[in-house]
Ligand binder design. Structure first.
Ligand SMILES: [Zn+2]
Length: 146
């Protein structure tokens, strides 16, 4: 399978060394993210693997979308660059740039995500986009390309 081969050769989709010891234990539920940044990285990896169940499970109940979050739009994820991670008590924000391709065209998503910690677990709350005036989630933006 192409994806598994790719994971073995390039490491974790989020940029970590090995998928098996980076995001895999989080996606499988073997352990919880120890920080908002770790959760953010695992959510990026979940997007690359189209793991909708994990994306929903790691979404805060108050903002979790009612519909599936993965579109069928042949998105090819190219890489993740985490720029900043700020944690204050049970709240955190992670600024990142994710690059992806749709139909051969390259896009860049610059987002500042907010996370909340409930019962020792981190959850994705929402995100804002410093380079755009409109506030749209990664999901909403991806759906626009379909
Ligand atoms: Zn990873």
């Amino acid at each position: 399978m192409k994806l598994k081969k790719q994971l073995r050769e390039t490491g974790c989709p989020c940029g970590g060394k090995a998928y098996a010891t980076c995001c895999a234990p989080l996606l499988s539920g073997a352990r919880q993210a120890a920080s908002a940044e770790e959760l953010m990285r695992s959510r990026y990896t979940a997007y690359t693997l189209a793991d909708d169940a994990y994306l929903r499970a790691s979404w805060a109940a108050q903002t979790r979308p009612a519909t599936p979050t993965i579109s069928e739009a042949g998105v090819q994820w190219l890489g993740l660059d985490v720029r900043r991670h700020v944690e204050e008590g049970n709240e955190a924000s992670v600024e990142f740039v994710a690059r992806y391709k749709i139909d051969g065209r390259a896009y860049r998503l610059h987002e500042i995500s907010r996370f909340v910690r409930e019962d020792e677990c981190w959850y994705y709350l929402d995100g804002r986009f410093p380079e755009q005036t409109a506030s749209k989630s990664m999901t909403a933006r991806l759906k626009e390309h379909v």
